[in-house]
Design a protein around this ligand. Structure first.
Ligand code: PLP
Length: 369
């Protein structure tokens, strides 16, 4: 039986164009991009093209550092707080609904003596700008706010958050993993993290965009291959895969947007008996997080094996932790347990959405009757 894949927030299938760009760099053109001979220079040229392809979707006044993942990019970015202690800034403020990559890194800095605080969201999952100013002060070093939430798809007002962070003298990190290539990047952020495998690129590569005037202390020490900072030999194949995936996102942005909006409309009509978690207006439509009171999602998922979908975020369910995002919206544990996340992407068809809705609704009716 073929599986209908509706988990595009966990990961996306590799675009054929990205695979085509990667294969020659895994086969004949295997040079080390840090070698000075011809093969090395060819590999380095592939990395340079990829860097520009990624950079063209980001603000122009910064640099792109390739990493192994968005998680590494976020860990690297958050190291900036080390440079700010001497200015009396030792606080990190993050949204209550951040991904574990930001959340747990902030917790780690807590063990090093940094004070960490969580900025609450409203029942729609959105930050309340009027309350935000009170969350930052003269000791705030870094504010972390994600662009599109991975669990519920809501879009945070990150430009305004960045402006407010700057007014308090703090830097702003935007986890743009779920928004990169789909919606505009925040021009005011100081640090932006992204991931290859969320944009139809390969796994094992991410990037951190850093505003020109900001120094980021190295996280991984060694040969300093990546711009004298991040050490370790770059994979030209992974860089090229990410670069082509980013270029495709830019070229197909409107086409992808229209396609995903039509899938979302169809899904909303087919799941009319379910309640949407999170804002309906400020939302990336490829993410539909819905609940139906009385359901136990664990059972539902084992009944509907032909559809790959998620209970909460893939990361939270992988770790067995209940969703902190749905809890932050004020949902009760039973409501959290009755929530599912459906993620549509470029390669999802309307027929797949119809078939999946049929299977999920049929299983839910059986369970509730
Ligand atoms: N941030 C968000 C919002 C995510 O959705 C994810 C992946 O689930 C990450 C960070 C981590 O990305 P990566 O898998 O590249 O480490």
């Amino acid at each position: 039986m073929t599986t209908i894949y509706l988990d595009n927030q966990a990961t996306t299938p590799l675009a054929p164009e990205a695979l085509d760009a990667m294969l020659p760099l895994l086969k004949d053109n295997f040079g080390n991009p840090h070698s000075s001979h011809v093969m090395g220079r060819q590999a380095a040229a592939a990395v340079a093209v990829a860097r520009e392809q990624v950079a063209s979707l980001l603000p122009r006044n910064g640099r792109v550092i390739f990493t192994s993942s968005a998680t590494e990019a976020i860990n690297l970015a958050m190291g900036v707080v080390r440079n700010m202690v001497s200015q009396g800034r030792d606080q990190i403020a993050i949204l209550d609904t951040e991904h574990a990559a930001v959340r747990d890194t902030a917790l780690y800095y807590g063990t090093l003596g940094f004070e960490t605080s969580r900025i609450p969201v409203d029942p729609q999952g959105l930050v309340v700008l009027e309350h935000l100013e009170a969350c930052f002060g003269s000791k705030t070093a870094l504010v972390g706010a994600m662009l599109v939430n991975n669990e519920i798809g809501v879009i945070q007002p990150v430009e305004q958050i960045a402006e407010m962070a700057h007014r308090a003298g703090a830097l702003m990190l935007c986890d743009a993993v779920q928004g990169f290539g789909r919606i505009d990047m925040p021009q005011q952020a100081d640090l932006i993290a992204l991931s290859g495998h969320k944009i139809y690129g390969p796994k094992g590569i991410g990037a951190l965009w850093v505003r020109d005037d900001i120094e980021v202390p190295p996280l991984i020490h060694g040969g300093g291959q990546e711009q004298g900072g991040r050490s370790g030999t770059l994979s030209p194949a992974l860089c090229a895969g990410l670069g082509v995936a980013a270029k495709l996102c830019a070229e197909r942005r409107e086409e992808d947007r229209v396609h995903i909006a039509s899938l979302a409309d169809k899904a909303r009509s087919l799941f009319g008996d379910w309640t949407v978690n999170g804002s309906l207006d400020q939302r990336y439509p490829g993410n539909l997080n819905i609940r139906r009171d009385g359901l136990d999602v664990g059972r539902l998922m084992s009944d509907v094996r032909g559809v790959a979908f998620s209970a909460g975020s893939a990361c939270a369910s992988g770790s067995g932790r209940p969703s902190h995002v749905l809890a932050a919206l004020g949902l009760q544990p039973t409501q959290i347990k009755s929530s599912i996340r459906l993620g549509f992407g470029r390669y999802t068809s309307i027929e797949e959405v119809e078939q999946a809705a049929h299977l999920i609704n049929q299983a839910a009716e059986k369970y509730l009757s």
